[in-house]
Design a binder for this molecule. Structure first.
Ligand code: ATP
Length: 315
């Protein structure tokens, strides 16, 4: 069985990359099932864009393997790009074109271009074929980029920080609707974003990246099930030490922490006598992210000796 038939849209194993000796990706494994809406989150510089660039064939792997829809995106670049829609946060559209010219160009590139769908999207996005890309606002250009990324109905839609140019209404009414529509048709979406409430609403699974590594991959439902937040009063003014609880925040005697129920004995929290539980509540993705990123930073001991250090092979 190959990757194309085993249910994975993206299959990355042991991918490492460094740029002039600086590690950007460190033994990354990424397995994205077909049909999922997969969120990639991480602090600035975590390696999200570098990973995505490997998926679209812009970077050749130094170590490890990358397969997209069963193909190597460097060797089979044309076939991968035909079946993938890609939108980056960079404003990289040819601004000398009008929207209509951009659409005509894209129609020539993608054999599965859907003109009826493109016209519907033009209308939905409030764009006109005669609009000059140069004269559009950043947000409207982002909509034009999204149109071109999706009107050939790609099997895999990759959105790298697509929200950066979009206003909140466009994010909610356009981007999220598009992502859901793509997924309802059984296609796959990989979505990198710093807007964690958006990731929480839209994605079914997410991977958290930190300093070139994926430190956790979890379904959004499982995250909400496994983790919750507690508020405690402590006799001391230092953060309490409780097994299975991390990411303490607070000051004085009142502290909130994140409970990982997988790390507590039979899901039961053992609080020392100096700590009193005030309340427990469900957790937001934002709180989980902040606690995890900090927690992993404290515990990190990255072994980098196996990562190649030569200058990046940028295509
Ligand atoms: N072409 C390049 N040349 C040199 N260094 C690079 C290059 N591309 C990325 N890097 C470095 O690789 C690391 C990961 O960067 P990357 O852009 O992938 O992170 P990111 O998670 O997408 O960050 P952000 O959230 O800020 O967009 C950073 O240290 C960055 O400086």
């Amino acid at each position: 069985m190959n990757e194309h038939t085993d249910g994975l849209a993206v299959n990355v194993n042991g991918l490492s990359r460094s740029f002039r000796g600086k590690v950007a990706l460190d033994h990354v494994d990424l397995h994205i099932p077909r049909g999922s809406i997969f969120g990639l989150v991480g602090l600035n510089g975590a390696g999200k864009t570098t990973l995505i660039r490997h998926l679209i064939g812009s970077f050749r792997s130094q170590t490890g393997t990358v397969r997209v829809l069963g193909m190597d995106p460097v060797v089979d670049c044309v076939n991968v790009l035909k079946r993938v829609g890609y939108l980056t946060e960079e404003d990289s559209l040819p601004t000398w074109m009008r929207v209509g010219e951009l659409i005509d160009f894209a129609r020539g590139v993608y054999q599965d271009w859907d003109d009826v769908y493109a016209t519907k999207l033009l209308d939905l996005f409030g764009l006109s074929r005669t609009d000059r890309l140069r004269s559009l606002s950043k947000g409207l250009r982002a909509r034009a980029g999204l149109l071109v990324a999706i009107a050939h109905r790609p099997e895999l839609l990759i959105l790298d920080e697509p929200s950066s140019g979009l206003d909140p209404l466009a994010r909610h009414d356009i981007l999220e609707a598009i992502i859901r529509a793509v997924s309802d048709e059984g296609r796959t979406v990989l979505f990198s974003s710093h807007l964690l409430d958006e990731v929480d609403r839209v994605c079914d699974t997410l991977a958290l990246m930190r300093v070139g590594r994926i430190i956790e991959t979890i379904s959004v439902d499982a995250m909400h099930e496994q983790y919750h937040e507690i508020t405690c009063r402590s006799d001391s003014t230092a953060a309490p030490e409780v097994s299975g609880v991390f990411g303490w925040r607070g000051e004085g005697h009142e502290w909130t922490g994140v409970v990982d129920s997988a790390q507590t004995d039979s899901n039961k929290l053992e609080l020392p006598s100096s700590v009193t539980l005030i309340s427990q509540h469900s957790i937001t993705l934002e709180r989980w992210f902040a606690a995890k990123a900090g927690h992993e930073r404290d515990n990190q001991n990255i072994e980098r000796s196996n990562v190649p250090t030569e200058v990046a092979d940028v295509r």
